[in-house]
Design a protein around this ligand. Structure first.
Ligand code: MRU
Length: 357
């Protein structure tokens, strides 16, 4: 694989999947090995691995494990087992469409007529998982290059959540743009939203930026307005978990607030995502299922309770930014501009055609 970072969020090793445990970063660099798809589903749910493209690729490898769990010579029996494994993996997290996209892709391949034996099936599923992983890295690098013309010689970003090598198979989407600008000699500075409640910005994005030697400051989520009003912010770049046909975008909770603040200060607000994050089957953001996570994510920090006992908590993990606040959607195929229904549909079609070549 064309790995570019020194650490690997996801790695297939011979007969097992290895995940970098993102729950304990940056205090601990710890890898966990998986040999059963049920444990992989749990790892996605518990956020050992997270970020839309990363969980898609992880689920694909979860299906590879499923093909090796069942001792059978019957193709139909193995296909049935694989379908059950797919259902379990899909149930791990509801919002990021990449999870469903990757699983659908593998299942479709697994049903091709050219497959005659269980050994064929195992090979095809493994190849497809590798393909998904490799394509992800290539798409991310293209996203970075497509965004380069938006970055002036000296450029200051605000970034939300973590969209880097950790959230993808490698390189990153919105963080990949920042990385590309830095690699092309731009003088880059990043305000990093800490991203409550799981602190993907404070823990993961700052960890990645530090290793890349990119200047940054971690700020609390509520400070973005202050920095847009008093400092110079050129661009906001965020990732996406699902983009509807009209451009409405689900991303980490707090993204919507950031978009409104950016609009109020005339700061361009860009979403960066591979075309695998675009869901043309839904007309708008109202159709996106938003994951509600546990109360403990809010009531505790590093295992320490910070609220009174039995406090009521609401913890949506994502919000939807209406398309009208989005300046452009940067994909591996280029920058989609409003009206998004037309530009996104055209981009997805082009990406699918290219994949068929
Ligand atoms: O809950 P998480 O950490 O999986 O949420 C991640 C995000 O919201 C990212 O911005 C999105 O998945 C894009 S990652 C390239």
């Amino acid at each position: 694989m064309n790995q570019v970072s020194t650490y690997k969020s996801i790695e297939w090793k011979e007969d097992r999947l290895v995940l970098l445990d993102q729950r304990v970063l940056p205090r601990e660099i710890s890898y966990i090995e998986y040999k059963h798809h049920e444990d992989v589903a749990k790892a996605i749910k518990d956020m050992v691995v997270r970020g839309a493209p990363a969980i898609g690729a992880t689920a694909a490898y979860g299906l590879v494990l499923a093909t090796r769990e069942k001792a059978t010579k019957e193709l139909s029996e193995l296909r049935n087992y694989l379908s059950k494994a797919a259902e379990l993996l899909q149930a791990a997290r509801p919002t990021a469409v990449n999870l469903f996209w990757a699983i659908d892709r593998v299942i479709k391949k697994a049903h091709e007529d050219s497959i005659k034996t269980v050994e064929d099936l195992k090979k095809v599923v493994l190849n497809e998982a590798h393909q998904i992983a490799e394509e992800d890295i290539e798409m991310n690098k293209k996203i970075g290059l497509n965004a380069l013309p938006l970055c002036s010689e000296k450029v200051t970003f605000i970034h939300h959540c973590n969209t880097g090598a950790l959230a993808t198979v490698d390189y990153g989407t919105a963080l990949g743009i920042i990385r590309t600008a830095h690699e092309h000699g731009r003088d880059v500075f990043v305000y990093v939203d800490e991203t409550r409640p799981r602190l993907q910005g404070a823990r993961l994005t700052s960890w990645e930026l530090k290793q890349l030697g990119i200047k940054h400051k971690v700020i609390v989520d509520g400070a973005s307005g202050y920095f847009m009003a008093t400092g110079k912010v050129d661009l906001v770049t965020v990732g996406a978990d699902r983009i509807a046909r009209n451009g409405d975008t689900a991303n980490k909770i707090g993204t919507y607030n950031l978009a409104i603040v950016a609009k109020a200060h005339d700061v361009p607000f860009y979403v960066a995502a591979p075309t695998s994050t675009i869901d043309l089957s839904i007309a708008n953001g109202k159709e996106i299922k938003i994951e509600e996570r546990s109360a403990e994510e809010i009531t505790t920090i590093l295992g320490q309770q910070i609220t009174p006992d039995d406090v009521n908590v609401a913890n949506p993990a994502f919000d939807v930014t209406p398309a009208k606040y989005i300046t452009g959607i940067i994909t591996e195929m280029g920058i989609a501009r409003p009206p998004y229904e037309k530009s996104l549909t055209e981009m997805v079609e082009r990406a699918e055609n290219e994949r068929k070549k």
